[in-house]
Design a binder for this molecule. Sequence first.
Ligand SMILES: [Zn+2]
Ligand SMILES: [Zn+2]
Ligand SMILES: [Zn+2]
Length: 222
Amino acid sequence: MRDNVHCSICNEPFAPEELTEFDGQMLCRDCLERETILCHRCGERFWEDDNAGTDTTPLCERCYENHYTNCSRCGRLLRESDAYFEDDTPYCDDCHAEYRNSKPIRDYYYKPAPIFYGEGNRFMGVELEIDGAGERDDYAAMITELANFNGLEHIYCKHDGSLDDGIEIVTHPMTLAYHQQEMPWGRVLEKARDLDYISHQAGTCGLHVHVNRTAFGQTVRE
Ligand SMILES: [Zn+2]
Ligand SMILES: [Zn+2]
Ligand SMILES: [Zn+2]
């Protein structure tokens, strides 16, 4: 009778040719199937316990380290080339969009669809730069929250490269009456002062008022 060899894992006897050597152990087909897996990227076999990827995209540790990451928010496995990084933190497409939308200080390029407040045909959008107390998301959040009470989106804050250490407050277009009666400028400015922001004394700050073109009436060319 031929000598049987025992599987290193299940310890069942097998003819030698039925076993596969892996990682210094002799495995039967069932144990090989169950305990090891092939890397989705390099095709190499490794222990299932060491899977750095997912069930559908198994990855050896080396391939994961070199080419993959996980979304920091939802945990989804991502090819590094598909990930969005913010301060070295990886995000998937969806979570990145959500992150950008939830950040109190928007990019310089942020330009939402305008929301018009008040009745009439002359609307003014104000950009007020405040400086000296930091380009801080927590401060921007406080100011934004005050202005945007009751879920109204009156303002947003933006990064402004011309400031040393501040933020730009931008309003949606509003009528003068709305600015004066509904938009809580008093409380917003008081909060900014409380946080130690300055504006017209800063030397770096501007106040811009944008007015919609139609407010100037029709230009007739001869
Ligand atoms: Zn076995
Ligand atoms: Zn691999
Ligand atoms: Zn995600």
